[in-house]
Design a protein around this ligand. Structure first.
Ligand code: CTP
Ligand code: ZN
Length: 160
Protein backbone atom coordinates (compact mmCIF):
# COMPACT_ATOMS: atom_id res chain seq x y z
CA UNK A 1 0.00 0.00 0.00
CA UNK A 2 1.51 3.32 -1.00
CA UNK A 3 1.63 5.40 2.12
CA UNK A 4 -0.73 8.32 2.33
CA UNK A 5 -2.07 7.76 -1.15
CA UNK A 6 -4.82 5.35 -0.25
CA UNK A 7 -8.17 6.48 1.12
CA UNK A 8 -9.71 3.61 3.03
CA UNK A 9 -13.47 3.35 3.19
CA UNK A 10 -14.40 5.03 6.40
CA UNK A 11 -15.94 3.23 9.35
CA UNK A 12 -19.54 4.07 10.07
CA UNK A 13 -21.04 5.18 13.35
CA UNK A 14 -24.45 3.51 13.38
CA UNK A 15 -26.09 1.32 10.81
CA UNK A 16 -25.33 -1.82 8.89
CA UNK A 17 -22.49 -3.17 6.80
CA UNK A 18 -23.26 -5.88 4.27
CA UNK A 19 -19.92 -7.58 3.67
CA UNK A 20 -18.56 -10.43 1.53
CA UNK A 21 -20.97 -9.68 -1.32
CA UNK A 22 -19.99 -11.30 -4.64
CA UNK A 23 -19.03 -8.22 -6.67
CA UNK A 24 -21.54 -8.94 -9.44
CA UNK A 25 -24.42 -8.88 -6.92
CA UNK A 26 -23.68 -5.49 -5.38
CA UNK A 27 -25.86 -3.36 -7.62
CA UNK A 28 -28.78 -5.79 -7.48
CA UNK A 29 -28.73 -5.42 -3.69
CA UNK A 30 -28.55 -1.63 -4.01
CA UNK A 31 -31.67 -1.91 -6.12
CA UNK A 32 -33.74 -4.26 -3.95
CA UNK A 33 -33.00 -2.14 -0.89
CA UNK A 34 -34.17 0.95 -2.85
CA UNK A 35 -31.05 2.81 -1.78
CA UNK A 36 -31.54 5.40 -4.53
CA UNK A 37 -34.31 6.86 -2.39
CA UNK A 38 -32.39 6.67 0.89
CA UNK A 39 -31.14 9.92 2.33
CA UNK A 40 -28.48 8.91 4.89
CA UNK A 41 -24.85 8.25 3.94
CA UNK A 42 -24.29 5.09 1.88
CA UNK A 43 -20.96 3.63 0.76
CA UNK A 44 -20.93 1.10 -2.05
CA UNK A 45 -17.69 -0.63 -2.98
CA UNK A 46 -17.07 -3.43 -5.48
CA UNK A 47 -14.04 -5.39 -6.60
CA UNK A 48 -12.38 -4.98 -3.23
CA UNK A 49 -9.66 -7.52 -2.44
CA UNK A 50 -10.86 -10.44 -0.31
CA UNK A 51 -8.88 -13.40 0.93
CA UNK A 52 -11.85 -15.77 0.73
CA UNK A 53 -13.64 -14.57 -2.41
CA UNK A 54 -10.81 -13.02 -4.44
CA UNK A 55 -12.94 -9.94 -4.88
CA UNK A 56 -15.89 -8.78 -2.90
CA UNK A 57 -18.36 -5.97 -2.55
CA UNK A 58 -19.36 -4.07 0.57
CA UNK A 59 -22.38 -1.85 1.21
CA UNK A 60 -22.43 0.40 4.28
CA UNK A 61 -25.69 2.10 5.15
CA UNK A 62 -25.84 4.63 7.97
CA UNK A 63 -28.86 4.60 10.28
CA UNK A 64 -30.41 1.60 8.56
CA UNK A 65 -32.25 -1.27 10.19
CA UNK A 66 -32.96 -4.16 7.85
CA UNK A 67 -36.47 -5.56 7.89
CA UNK A 68 -37.06 -9.26 7.58
CA UNK A 69 -38.31 -8.96 4.02
CA UNK A 70 -35.16 -7.08 3.07
CA UNK A 71 -32.98 -9.73 4.71
CA UNK A 72 -34.87 -12.44 2.86
CA UNK A 73 -34.44 -10.64 -0.45
CA UNK A 74 -30.71 -10.25 0.17
CA UNK A 75 -30.39 -13.90 1.03
CA UNK A 76 -32.16 -14.85 -2.21
CA UNK A 77 -29.71 -12.84 -4.30
CA UNK A 78 -26.53 -13.39 -2.31
CA UNK A 79 -26.96 -16.08 0.35
CA UNK A 80 -23.47 -15.96 1.80
CA UNK A 81 -23.09 -12.33 2.75
CA UNK A 82 -22.30 -11.20 6.27
CA UNK A 83 -24.56 -8.66 7.93
CA UNK A 84 -22.81 -6.51 10.55
CA UNK A 85 -24.80 -4.24 12.83
CA UNK A 86 -22.79 -1.21 13.93
CA UNK A 87 -23.62 0.73 17.06
CA UNK A 88 -21.44 3.67 18.04
CA UNK A 89 -18.61 2.42 15.78
CA UNK A 90 -18.63 -1.11 17.27
CA UNK A 91 -19.74 -4.28 15.49
CA UNK A 92 -22.43 -5.40 17.94
CA UNK A 93 -23.86 -8.20 15.83
CA UNK A 94 -22.48 -10.26 12.97
CA UNK A 95 -24.54 -12.83 11.16
CA UNK A 96 -24.42 -14.94 8.04
CA UNK A 97 -27.67 -15.20 6.17
CA UNK A 98 -29.10 -18.65 5.56
CA UNK A 99 -30.63 -19.84 2.34
CA UNK A 100 -34.40 -19.81 2.56
CA UNK A 101 -36.18 -23.19 2.50
CA UNK A 102 -39.42 -21.57 1.43
CA UNK A 103 -39.79 -18.32 -0.46
CA UNK A 104 -43.20 -16.74 -0.13
CA UNK A 105 -44.23 -13.58 -1.96
CA UNK A 106 -40.70 -12.48 -2.85
CA UNK A 107 -39.90 -13.79 -6.32
CA UNK A 108 -41.77 -14.17 -9.59
CA UNK A 109 -42.49 -17.39 -11.42
CA UNK A 110 -41.24 -17.04 -14.99
CA UNK A 111 -43.78 -19.48 -16.39
CA UNK A 112 -46.32 -17.23 -18.13
CA UNK A 113 -49.01 -19.89 -17.68
CA UNK A 114 -48.45 -20.23 -13.93
CA UNK A 115 -51.54 -19.48 -11.86
CA UNK A 116 -49.44 -17.15 -9.68
CA UNK A 117 -49.15 -14.84 -12.71
CA UNK A 118 -52.91 -14.74 -13.24
CA UNK A 119 -54.61 -14.91 -9.87
CA UNK A 120 -54.01 -12.59 -6.98
CA UNK A 121 -52.08 -15.12 -4.88
CA UNK A 122 -48.67 -14.95 -3.27
CA UNK A 123 -45.94 -16.77 -5.12
CA UNK A 124 -44.48 -19.72 -3.30
CA UNK A 125 -41.25 -21.59 -4.01
CA UNK A 126 -39.57 -24.47 -2.24
CA UNK A 127 -35.79 -24.74 -2.31
CA UNK A 128 -34.61 -27.90 -4.04
CA UNK A 129 -31.91 -29.61 -2.01
CA UNK A 130 -28.56 -29.23 -3.71
CA UNK A 131 -26.85 -32.38 -4.95
CA UNK A 132 -23.13 -32.48 -4.94
CA UNK A 133 -21.84 -32.94 -8.48
CA UNK A 134 -18.97 -35.28 -9.32
CA UNK A 135 -16.36 -32.69 -8.37
CA UNK A 136 -18.00 -32.36 -4.98
CA UNK A 137 -18.85 -28.76 -5.71
CA UNK A 138 -22.19 -27.47 -4.68
CA UNK A 139 -24.50 -26.91 -7.59
CA UNK A 140 -26.47 -23.75 -8.01
CA UNK A 141 -29.39 -23.30 -5.69
CA UNK A 142 -32.73 -24.05 -7.31
CA UNK A 143 -36.24 -23.11 -6.29
CA UNK A 144 -39.34 -24.97 -7.43
CA UNK A 145 -42.66 -23.18 -7.91
CA UNK A 146 -45.26 -24.69 -5.58
CA UNK A 147 -48.00 -24.13 -8.17
CA UNK A 148 -46.51 -25.14 -11.53
CA UNK A 149 -43.26 -26.86 -10.47
CA UNK A 150 -41.16 -24.61 -12.68
CA UNK A 151 -37.54 -24.65 -11.51
CA UNK A 152 -35.82 -21.26 -11.14
CA UNK A 153 -32.03 -21.21 -10.85
CA UNK A 154 -30.45 -18.73 -8.48
CA UNK A 155 -29.09 -16.61 -11.33
CA UNK A 156 -32.54 -16.30 -12.87
CA UNK A 157 -34.34 -15.02 -9.79
CA UNK A 158 -36.56 -12.02 -10.40
CA UNK A 159 -37.59 -10.17 -7.29
CA UNK A 160 -41.25 -9.08 -7.32
N1 CTP B 1 -17.12 -1.64 9.81
C1 CTP B 1 -17.51 -0.33 9.54
N2 CTP B 1 -17.67 0.57 10.54
C2 CTP B 1 -17.44 0.21 11.82
C3 CTP B 1 -17.05 -1.11 12.13
C4 CTP B 1 -16.90 -2.03 11.09
O1 CTP B 1 -17.73 0.01 8.38
N3 CTP B 1 -17.59 1.14 12.78
C5 CTP B 1 -17.02 -2.61 8.71
C6 CTP B 1 -15.62 -3.12 8.47
O2 CTP B 1 -14.96 -2.28 7.55
C7 CTP B 1 -15.89 -4.50 7.86
C8 CTP B 1 -17.20 -4.91 8.52
O3 CTP B 1 -17.80 -3.74 9.04
O4 CTP B 1 -16.11 -4.39 6.46
C9 CTP B 1 -17.02 -5.91 9.63
O5 CTP B 1 -16.14 -5.39 10.59
P1 CTP B 1 -15.19 -6.33 11.45
O6 CTP B 1 -15.99 -7.42 12.04
O7 CTP B 1 -14.41 -5.45 12.36
O8 CTP B 1 -14.22 -6.85 10.30
P2 CTP B 1 -13.67 -8.32 10.03
O9 CTP B 1 -13.18 -8.94 11.29
O10 CTP B 1 -12.72 -8.21 8.88
O11 CTP B 1 -14.99 -9.05 9.55
P3 CTP B 1 -15.14 -10.57 9.03
O12 CTP B 1 -14.47 -11.46 10.03
O13 CTP B 1 -16.64 -10.75 8.98
O14 CTP B 1 -14.52 -10.60 7.66
ZN1 ZN C 1 -45.16 -21.18 -11.24
Amino acid sequence: MSEGRELLIRAIKNGIVIDHIPSEKVFAIVEILKLKEYSERITVATNMPSSSLGRKGIIKIEEKILEEKELNNISLLAPNVTINIIDNYEVVEKSKLDKLDKVIGLMKCDNPKCISNHENIETKFIRVEEDLNENNLEEKTKYKCFYCEKIILEDEIQIQ
